[in-house]
Design a protein around this ligand. Structure first.
Ligand code: NDP
Length: 282
């Protein structure tokens, strides 16, 4: 009872302390969203468009990006531009930030959301894949954050880092992905302290997501996980509000907060739940 009461109090305190969101604050805001050709990134682009923001989106597939920017304009974006880029390369992360800075005249929001393709499967010893996955999922994030920081400092802007429950709590079948998300949590957790200590104008928001109903996620877990998936459009809106209200963290959906809370209270229970949530027969 005490544990449940503590979780409820913690969750209500987090919700209650949430500053109110003014949609007008996003009108004309200069936003760069990565991984915006599909899934949560695409939905974020549409929400920013409805709020009247100026958007640059990026991913690898140019044709799809073009369609997303056209839809953004029809939804009310003040500006919608795209640039294709592969975040596993050395040069494209900088190229994309420079494009956004030039076309928008600076940035108010840097929303880092892309991920490289990885298998949902047991670890098979492929060290090279882990080394490669760190490039799009981690190194490009810190490269882009550093490149955008001076402009965000000027505009009192925000960095939004889309991470995962997998960055807080390790899950089977996702060892390479978990590693990259843990690295993100560690790095941006430290950076957020440093920015606060320097009295920087820049806020950071670290996003912890559970299973969201994007095509790629559902395809990966089909037949293995039966946990309900939450809607990408709602996840996207929650992420945007978290960034706009300069909150340090978002847990979406609610159960990610509970899981995170429990993991240090009684790990054997969490481990049991995690291992038995998957259909696996050796
Ligand atoms: P999607 O697979 O739907 O989208 C991934 C995006 O990244 C696409 O736009 C893709 O576009 C782009 N991308 C892939 N590889 C590269 C690359 N090498 N360089 C540049 N862009 C690339 O992912 P989701 O929407 O499901 O996930 C979005 C974020 O949410 C991720 O950070 C993920 O970790 C997080 N998350 C998602 C969960 C879920 O259940 N969906 C759960 C927890 C966290 P393109 O192919 O055109 O390059």
């Amino acid at each position: 009872k005490i544990v449940i009461a503590s979780i409820c109090v913690g969750y209500v305190a987090v919700k209650w302390n949430r500053p109110s969101f003014d949609p007008e604050s996003l009108r004309g805001a200069r936003v760069l969203v990565t991984g915006a050709s599909s899934g949560i990134g695409e939905q974020m682009a549409y929400h920013y468009a409805r709020f009247g923001a100026q958007i640059v989106i990026t991913a690898r597939r140019e044709k799809v990006l073009q369609q997303v920017t056209e839809k953004c304009l029809s939804l009310g974006a003040q500006k919608a531009l795209f640039i294709s880029g592969d975040m596993s390369t050395e040069s494209d992360p900088d190229k994309v930030v420079d494009f956004a800075l030039e076309k928008l005249g600076g940035l108010d929001y840097l929303v880092l959301n892309h991920i490289g393709v990885t298998r949902f499967a047991m670890w098979d010893g492929d060290v090279d894949h882990v080394k490669w996955l760190m490039k799009p999922n981690f190194f490009s994030y810190i490269q882009m954050a550093w490149r955008a920081l001076p402009s965000l400092e000027k505009s009192k802007g925000s960095m939004v880092i889309v991470s995962s429950m997998a960055g807080k709590l390790s899950n089977p079948f996702t060892a390479p992905y978990c590693s990259t998300k843990s690295a993100l949590n560690g790095f941006f957790g430290a950076l957020s302290h440093e920015l606060a200590m320097k009295k920087s104008n820049v806020s950071t928001s670290l996003i912890t997501l559970g299973l969201i109903d994007t095509e790629s996620a559902l395809n990966a877990v089909r037949g293995i996980i039966t946990t309900p998936a939450y809607p990408a459009t709602e996840a996207a809106l929650n992420i945007i509000v978290t960034g706009a209200t300069r909150q340090l963290e978002l847990y979406y959906p609610w159960y990610t907060y509970v899981m995170n809370f429990f993991k240090d209270w009684y790990p054997p229970l969490t481990n049991h739940l995690i291992q038995n949530a998957l259909n696996y027969d050796p």
